[in-house]
Write a protein that binds this ligand. Structure first.
Ligand code: WT7
Length: 558
């Protein structure tokens, strides 16, 4: 077979004949019939012909490389799991990481999963407030982080986090080496079932604090299926996922899926820099690339001069996720990279890719593609407590998915009521609006709520407003996503000051800096406007929609 022939040659036939039971049978499974993500991702390869193949390849900021084989990764994650057991961390206990893309993160994530604990990544650029909210909400028991992140973001809140019993500091030799000291006894993989909780991912809500979407070990079935069929992964591939492992894409497709498929996962420890990214793509012989529309647009903006001569001869497939992928970005991929960018759609709650432009199907730029085999998607509208499915082609409405599928979230932790509200008549309501054309392709229309999508990150306006209101000069705040040609949206805040406070530039800067300190650069507003009065409805609720409409209008004229 030509190496460019996709894994899934006939998607239409696969959709007809697909069953998730058969998909599960393609994994190895535990001897007692159980299922464990870490076992499928690492141990089964470590015990087979891929034992000495490269599982992880780290490209450090200075360009040096560090490789870890499947056998080595298996040994390290088992040591981590053994240590968790000896300190009494068991099935269902939450293990968080607050780390950048460094080797210890991967060992901790897989070690926690092997132990049967719940792995919960926290993005390293979150500030102390979102970190505390997530540790508290998840009742985190163990936190793996750096000395500096602990001191600045966690230590001040420690007494409010009684469940947090163990801190593992990766840059403290004694602390980390204790988690690598216990040798493997061979029985570190907990006998988890497909329904036992495995992953906890926090995602922003429109009201209140972040919600914790919980997934079972069954996610690995969907990661394997979508890894092969959507990302076209195979054991010989060098796969690069640019999403940070502190977010859902960076865990599901930046750790689990490529390993389950037996590929080599490339981890770039450096930051975004067009020249560097091109050199990683070319010099590391990346064959499959999964990235975000914002990143593609940043490369487009950097101009063609930085593109290496000779292009990217090894690159076979490019896909993106997280925000709308404009047709120009698809086309740019075809010209600059030699491969068009394939849009994929999913969300934290769905646990894996649900709708995609599959490599074997003709690509229609601007469309998110079709539901993958095993997923039924539809357009619906609400009627009271029920959903009416709109079958007519091109009708716009709520994007809904037939429940359940293996990677569907199992609950929002400690908020079952909110979870139940996401379902009606056997459908999961995604919160997105979309359109389906006559060929069954889905087109993204927008979100149903006020959540902000900035560089692919979902940000809850409430979390930002609450922090702004804690500033002594601020009475009230309204936060919106302001359209931005590269990032999709940027966080913009409007604040109303206490009577008598002078609204000057130094105060404006002070409030911005205050928000940035507490929320971290990924969540804090990029722009802030002081205003006399925020638009409110009769009951006093701030009308974010009005703020947004004003902003869009001004953007049009300016
Ligand atoms: C929301 C989910 C999927 C993992 C990344 C973030 C938006 C996602 C697309 C796409 C337009 C998209 C949706 C979705 N989104 N993919 N291909 N086109 N919008 O997961 O943070 O839970 O965000 O991202 O609005 O609901 P998340």
């Amino acid at each position: 077979m030509d190496h460019r022939t996709p894994n899934l040659i006939d998607p239409a036939a696969a959709r007809r004949g697909f069953s998730w039971t058969a998909a599960r049978d393609e994994l190895t499974g535990l001897p007692d019939g159980g299922l464990n993500v870490a076992y499928e991702a690492v141990s089964r390869h470590a015990a087979g012909p891929r034992a000495h193949a490269e599982a992880l390849r780290f490209v450090r900021a200075d360009g040096r490389r560090h490789s870890v084989s499947y056998r080595q990764l298996d040994d390290r994650m088992r040591r981590f799991a053994a240590r968790l057991r000896s300190i009494g961390v068991g099935k269902g206990d939450v293990v968080c990481t607050l780390l950048g893309r460094q080797p210890e993160l991967y060992v901790a994530a897989l070690g926690a999963l092997a132990r049967g604990a719940v792995f919960c990544p926290l993005f390293a650029a979150l500030g102390p407030e979102p970190v505390e909210a997530r540790l508290a909400r998840g009742h985190a028991r163990v936190l793996v982080t750096t000395e500096r992140a602990y001191r600045t973001k966690v230590a001040p809140a420690r007494e409010r986090l009684p469940d947090l019993r163990h801190i593992v500091l990766v840059d403290d030799e004694t602390s980390w080496s204790a988690f690598q000291a216990d040798p493997s006894a061979g029985d570190e993989i907990e006998g988890t079932s497909a329904d036992d909780p495995a992953l906890l991912h926090f995602t922003s809500g429109t009201t209140g604090a972040a919600k914790g979407a919980l997934h079972g070990h069954a996610v690995v079935i969907a990661h394997h299926t979508t890894g092969r069929w959507v990302l076209d992964l195979r054991p010989c591939d060098v796969f690069w996922c640019t999403a940070d492992p502190g977010w859902v894409t960076g865990t599901c497709y930046g750790i689990i899926a490529p390993l389950v498929c037996g590929a080599t996962l490339l981890v770039d420890e450096g930051g975004f820099e067009p020249r560097r990214w091109y050199s990683v793509l070319r010099d590391e012989s990346v064959t499959v690339w999964y990235t975000a529309p914002t990143a593609i647009r940043m490369l487009m903006k950097a101009g063609p001069d930085l593109l290496p001569t000779g292009g990217f001869p090894k690159l076979r497939h490019v896909a993106s996720v997280g925000e709308p992928l404009n047709a120009e970005a698809v086309q740019w991929g075809a010209e600059a990279l030699g491969r068009p960018v394939h849009d994929t759609w999913w969300q934290t709650e769905t646990g894996a890719i649900c709708i995609a432009n599959l490599p074997a199907e003709p690509l229609v730029p601007g469309s998110m593609g079709r539901p993958i085999p095993g997923i039924e998607a539809a357009i619906a509208r609400r009627e009271g407590a029920h959903l009416i499915i709109e079958d007519a082609p091109d009708s716009e409405g709520l994007l809904v998915l037939r429940a359940p599928w293996p990677s569907m979230f199992r609950t929002y932790v400690y908020d079952e009521a909110r979870y139940r509200k996401c379902f009606a008549d056997g459908w999961y309501i995604t919160g997105d609006r979309a359109r389906r054309d006559a060929e069954g392709r889905f087109w993204f229309v927008g979100r149903q709520d006020d959540l902000i999508k900035s560089s692919g990150h979902l940000i809850g306006p409430c979390e930002v407003e609450r922090t702004l209101m804690a500033h002594p000069a601020v009475v009230d705040a309204g936060v919106i996503g302001k359209p931005d040609p590269v990032a999709g949206e940027i966080v913009k805040a409007f604040v109303e000051l206490h009577a008598g406070v002078t609204p000057d530039e130094s105060l404006r800067r002070d409030i911005l800096a205050y928000a940035r300190r507490r929320l971290g650069p990924a969540v804090a507003p990029k722009e802030l406007k002081l205003t006399d009065a925020l638009p409110r409805n009769r009951s006093g609720k701030i009308l974010r929609r009005v703020l947004k409409a004003q902003e869009v209008e001004q953007g049009d004229v300016g």
